[in-house]
Design a protein around this ligand. Structure first.
Ligand SMILES: [Zn+2]
Length: 269
């Protein structure tokens, strides 16, 4: 209880918060996270940008697994942590919410000042002509082309992926872009891919305006998120983190609360 009290105190003391969220925010919405309490991978590493763009076999496997995994992502609903952070924004206390999650659950909970650092899984991007289309539309198309795969069940993995083991994916059909025939890719930043510069810059401008940083449900193991904590530290802005387990920024933050996100933020609701 004392710990929870201190997140409350931290939020009370700092007027404009730069909020950074990660997978721990969405686990109780049924979306699994990548890493254990030590910050290590829980399962095989996700597909890289290089493998996805370079190998057709990788794309077949990705989309086959995604056909199964998307069903869980698209029916996920926001939890108390998402609602608590939306409330902070409604109270005028959020300078920006920068999320590493691609599930859009912050927006579903009512947050509007959000930057999706790693993109969004509900859109598909054509790597040839940059056209964006909806993931639901592609789901219908994938299902139509690969009806025999729809009955499969698998352990869901993060980011709408699914652990389909030992499959022969060579028969799985992946449609090209209808406009230009290009390669379709989920509109998210893959491992091995850079976050678009303008997105980083937009977030940094918000960090300039913030008094402090609140990290919720992230181990910050990925540099794209960690660099914002480094910047905050350099600018002398205090940071607090709610996370089950260690974070890469443990040496940089003023306050660390090892609790589930929903429980730690319950005082806002
Ligand atoms: Zn295209």
């Amino acid at each position: 209880m004392t710990e929870c009290r201190s997140v409350e105190n931290f939020v009370e003391r700092h007027r404009k918060l730069f909020i950074l969220t990660g997978a721990g925010c969405s686990t109780s919405s049924g979306i699994p996270d990548y890493r254990d309490a030590e910050g290590k991978w829980k399962r095989r590493q996700p597909v890289t940008y290089q493998a996805f763009m370079g190998e057709e076999a990788t794309r077949r496997r990705y989309w086959a697994r995604s056909l199964i995994g998307w069903r869980r992502i698209c029916c996920a609903r926001p939890n108390g942590a998402h609602r608590a952070l939306a409330k902070l924004e409604a109270m005028g206390r959020s300078e920006i919410l920068l999320t590493q999650n691609v599930d859009r659950l912050h927006q579903a909970a009512g947050s509007a000042k959000v930057i999706d650092l790693h993109g969004r899984l509900d859109l598909v991007r054509c790597m040839g002509c940059e056209r964006r289309t909806s993931r639901d539309e592609l789901q219908d198309e994938l299902g139509g082309l690969n009806a025999s795969w729809l009955g499969l069940d698998a352990l869901d993995a993060p980011d709408g992926d699914a652990d389909l083991e030992n499959g022969d994916f060579s028969s799985f059909a992946v449609p090209p872009c209808r406009a230009c025939g290009g390669v379709l890719k989920p509109d998210v930043v893959f491992f091995g891919e850079n976050v678009p510069r303008d997105r980083v810059d937009a977030a940094l401008r918000r960090l300039d305006e913030a008094d402090a940083m609140l990290i919720v449900g992230s181990s910050l193991m990925v540099y794209s998120g960690f660099r914002f904590v480094e910047m905050a530290a350099r600018a002398g802005k205090p940071a607090a983190a709610v996370n089950l387990g260690r974070t890469r920024a443990d040496g940089l933050i003023a306050l660390k609360v090892e609790q589930a996100c929903e429980a730690a933020l319950a005082f806002l609701l």
